[in-house]
Design a protein around this ligand. Structure first.
Ligand code: ATP
Length: 448
């Protein structure tokens, strides 16, 4: 009678299995130690290079031998990385060789060479990946300080031991540089925005999310995108007499007013209303021009984070925006910049008639001069599709002209994504107001 197939398989397996000698046991123990070492070394790569500036300041503040060693290692990051890579590779090679010996001691694959080879490759790769890479790296990422403290001294010794080898590696290839560069690469604004979207859940505060998004976009916004355009700037000609100036200032309600000489492209300076206060009773021929302060000019394409830093240092509130030809494009104030982070700020004197009105949940009327940034904010959309299609425009009117290819007349309309834009009023030179309708989102539309 033929034996059952399971029995045959059992016999076959027994023929593969050899004895498990005490030497093999020692080899297995050594192998476990080597795996532990491999894990510690590759974990220390993650630990050292994921230390935050805050961690490094803490290490600097808390003076002790281990912290000094960590800082010393980090002072030469390329050499540190080379040392870690060399050590890790040496240990991994030792593991591979030893595992081959162990497997050959325990099993006899002489009749099944191909199977033996495949099993060895799979088993060793699995062991190395799981215990030598994945688990230690995840652990080290979460406990970077602990691992750096544990590994600082061994790595100092290894750095000395491998010095000639690591220096050759650092000098002869740019592999280390590239790998290091990848580690220190800043994440992009897109990645950050994406991360914010992913982390936004029903528990997170909507205002908080808006502010975080504002901060992320902050460094990517040009002055031109947020300025008040020249046509909307209230400015004074320096030839006007004091009476007219006072009347106009009262009427405008602004605190800082650009003063020009003949035409708006040649700005002389800024008149601060508070400088006028002591002279309110002065004669009609009072020379108010002597109160005009030096203007501060900024190019249209300056990033608003840089501008914020500069105007904070210079302690000013208003800058004149100039185009590449030196002509005046508009003005930008501290309030305009801050609004990019915290949203609309209305002070006591601000006109509450914002540049838009909401007809219902779906329909809005916007002034043509509404900046695209404000438009995204008011409708709570991220605007990336608009940004990709806006050309050089920064306002809603500019966007409509860009889409239409000409200055549209009243009643012209077009669809963009799930929005319908209808020109409400326009003349030959500019679009004054635009009706925006948010249509039901179709399946292939991507609003935000
Ligand atoms: P403050 O609030 O310090 O009294 P303000 O109300 O005159 O000053 P800001 O609060 O700095 O002005 O700015 C509010 C808005 O008014 C901003 O969008 C800014 O661009 C705009 N703005 C400021 N000055 C003028 C001006 N002279 N002409 C037109 N728009 C201005």
């Amino acid at each position: 009678m033929e034996p059952p197939p399971e029995f045959l398989l059992h016999i076959e397996l027994l023929s593969i299995l050899k004895s498990f000698s005490p030497e093999t046991l020692i080899e297995v123990v050594v192998m476990i130690v080597l795996l532990l070492l491999s894990g510690l070394i590759s974990g220390s790569e993650v630990a050292f290079f994921s230390l935050e500036p805050k961690d490094i300041s803490e290490l600097e503040a808390e003076e002790n031998k281990t912290n000094q060693q960590i800082l010393d290692l980090l002072r030469f990051p390329k050499r540190l990385l080379a040392t870690i890579l060399i050590a890790n590779n040496l240990v991994n090679v030792a593991i591979i060789i030893l595992s081959t010996t162990i497997i050959n001691n325990i099993f006899d694959f002489s009749n099944h060479l191909a199977i033996g080879f495949t099993i060895q490759v799979i088993a060793v790769t699995f062991l190395l990946l799981l215990f030598g890479e994945v688990i230690p790296k995840i652990y080290s990422n979460r406990n970077s300080k602990k691992i750096t403290q544990l590994m600082a001294y061994p790595l100092i010794i290894l750095r000395k031991a491998f010095l000639p080898l690591s220096l050759t590696l650092v000098r002869s290839t740019n592999f280390i540089g590239k790998r290091l560069h990848r580690k220190s690469d800043n994440i992009s604004v897109d990645e950050l925005s994406h991360a914010l979207e992913l982390t936004a859940d029903e528990h997170s505060d909507e205002d908080e999310q808006k502010i975080l998004k504002g901060i992320v976009k902050f460094g990517n916004t040009d002055v031109k995108q947020i300025m008040t355009a020249r046509v909307d700037v209230f400015a004074l000609d320096n030839s006007e007499n004091f009476d007219t100036v006072l009347a106009q200032i009262l009427d405008s309600g602004f605190s800082r007013i650009p003063v020009y000489n003949g035409n708006f492209d040649s700005i002389d300076g800024l008149l601060y209303v508070k400088d006028l206060l002591p002279h309110l009773d002065a004669q009609k021929d009072y020379e108010w021009q002597k109160l005009v302060r030096q203007p501060f000019f900024v190019p249209e394409n300056k990033k608003i984070d840089d501008l914020l830093e500069e105007i904070q240092q210079k302690k000013i509130h208003l800058a004149i925006v100039v185009d590449e030809y030196g002509g005046t494009s508009g003005i930008v104030t501290l309030e305009d910049i801050i609004e990019e982070i915290v949203g609309d700020i209305s002070d006591e004197f601000d006109d509450d008639n914002l540049t838009y009105s909401k007809l219902d949940e779906q329909n809005f009327i916007f002034e043509g001069k509404t900046s695209l940034n404000d438009f995204y904010r008011l409708l709570d959309i991220d605007g990336s599709h608009f940004e990709n299609n806006k050309g050089d425009s920064d306002t809603l009117a500019g966007f409509v002209i860009e889409q239409e290819g000409h200055i549209p007349v009243k009643g012209e309309s077009f669809d963009f994504l799930n929005f319908t834009f209808i020109v409400e009023s326009a003349d030959q030179r500019r679009i004054s107001s635009i009706k925006v309708t948010i249509n039901e989102l179709k399946k292939d539309d991507t609003n935000d």
